[in-house]
Design a binder for this molecule. Structure first.
Ligand code: UDX
Length: 436
């Protein structure tokens, strides 16, 4: 099949490369000429495990190409819109200007029968507006607008794309359903459920899924706070409740709060949609508020571990990205943590395997280091802010001898208290007993 992807950002690039890998002929269109030129040279501008190899292989097989102009839409059987929908400055609504600009641009070029599919995360009703624009610009054509949300995690996006739990197809039109079924047919063979629903339902499924996952995280984070007060262990509480199939064990890791490009933005956009329709979503409101407060509260944990003051002390922060296996620092809990520590008079040294360049503009005062041990040099405490694999098995003896005093604040619960006791660290974790 011929597929066009509008937008070669994170979602567009991963989806485009995977569709090409299925055997479709894919053109990814992006306005950024430098990005397009780099991609055509095989240079992938984002950090995602396996993506560069996938792009390279499919470009070589001539199933994947990149272009600045939208001409390719004209013979595409499916045109996917995968442009950004950032939070609109000031009000938290999703900014849909990139989506509508793309629709206006492709409208005159679309074939007389075409299927336009939104992959971008868009509020309920956006598909209706896209349809209105297309009808107005192309009264001659029979164009179907479908919602097909993505559920890709950064760092595991290719795996998620190729082994989805479900594929949500939002349209009532039988012809459009058949086109989408054909696009995803190679996946079908592994039998992931294709879930056909109305367009508005599909749009809402995406937001409800992210809001629910965020709810699990804020829930377990509050339970972690309670565990600290009553002397329980949140990891065991999470396992104990997760063994109940109705609850499920995933997304119950207590930590410094969720970040990234999706959960904060999507919970806020869902709240705006709910307000616009006069429906309070009080649980989601609480989830967002708990998460915001939590990020700030993490600095207090570090202060407490250092007997009430960080002034004049050196803190080593390991991990700046919002989670491992990404270079993305958007809404990362490490950033407000470090800013707060600096405000309280600490000097911060930091190391991250991939996110230091992205962090620099937000954290100009930090001393960036070459590895974890270098960051720990002269530090009064090491704070583990992101659970990168390489921070899970640090040489504790080496770490300790680099530090001014042996204190570890483990905001991702990657270590056990008994190993910290043996290595003679003061150890503070999240929702679990530590070592004094
Ligand atoms: C998420 C969704 O998982 C994905 O389906 C959606 O399409 C986009 O948003 P992503 O933002 O890449 O993906 O990361 P995810 O792995 O979901 O983690 C989000 C944040 O939650 C991270 O900051 C992570 O550290 C935090 N988290 C996750 C927890 O604190 N505890 C958990 O148990 C799980």
């Amino acid at each position: 099949m011929r597929v066009t992807m509008i937008g070669a950002g994170y979602v567009g690039l991963v989806s485009g490369a995977c569709f090409a890998d299925f055997g479709h002929h894919v053109t990814c269109v992006d306005k950024d000429a430098r990005k397009v030129a780099a991609l055509n040279r095989g240079e992938v501008p984002i950090f995602e495990p396996g993506l560069a190899e996938l792009v390279d292989a499919n470009v070589r097989q001539q199933r994947l190409q990149f272009a600045v102009d939208t001409a390719a839409v004209n013979d595409a059987e499916a045109v996917f819109i995968a442009v950004g929908t950032p939070s609109r400055r000031g009000d938290g609504h999703a900014d849909l200007s990139f989506v509508y600009d793309a629709v206006r641009e492709i409208a005159p070029l679309l074939a007389a029968t075409a299927v336009v599919v939104t992959k971008s995360t868009v509020p309920v009703g956006t598909g209706d507006e896209i349809e209105r624009i297309l009808r107005e610009k192309r009264p001659d054509a029979d164009i179907q607008v479908v919602s097909n949300p993505e559920f890709l995690r950064e760092g595991a996006a290719i795996q998620d794309f190729k082994h989805p739990d479900r594929i949500v197809i939002g349209t009532a039109d039988a012809g459009a359903r058949a086109v989408l079924a054909e696009v995803y047919r190679p996946l079908y063979l592994n039998a992931p459920p294709m879930f056909y629903v109305s367009r508005r339902t599909a749009e809402l499924i995406k937001y409800a899924a992210n809001a629910f996952l965020a709810t699990k995280i804020s829930f377990i984070n509050e339970v972690a706070d309670l565990c600290e007060q009553v002397g329980a262990d949140v990891n065991e509480v999470a396992r104990g409740i997760g063994m109940d199939n109705r609850i499920g064990g995933k997304f119950l890791h207590a930590g410094p709060g969720f970040g990234g490009s999706c959960f904060p933005k999507d919970t806020s956009a869902l709240l705006k949609t709910a307000q616009d329709h006069g429906v309070p979503l009080r649980i989601v409101e609480a989830v967002a508020a708990v998460n915001d407060q939590r990020k700030r509260a993490m600095s207090r944990k570090v202060v407490a571990a250092l007997d009430g003051s960080v002034r004049g002390k050196t803190i080593a922060v390991l991990g700046l990205t919002f989670k491992p296996n990404t270079d993305d620092t958007r809404d990362s809990p490490a950033i407000p943590l470090i800013t707060a520590l600096e405000d309280l008079g600490a000097k911060v040294r930091a190391y991250d395997p991939a996110g230091m360049e992205q962090a620099k503009p937000h954290l100009p005062g930090v001393q960036y280091c070459g590895n974890a041990y270098d960051a720990a040099e002269g530090a009064h405490a090491v704070v583990i802010a992101t659970e990168w694999e390489q921070f899970r098995a640090l040489d504790l003896g080496r770490l300790r001898s680099a530090m001014a005093q042996p204190v570890i604040v483990d905001l991702r619960n990657v270590y056990r208290a008994d190993e910290m006791r043996r290595a003679q660290f003061r150890y503070v974790a999240v929702g679990r007993p530590g070592v004094d």
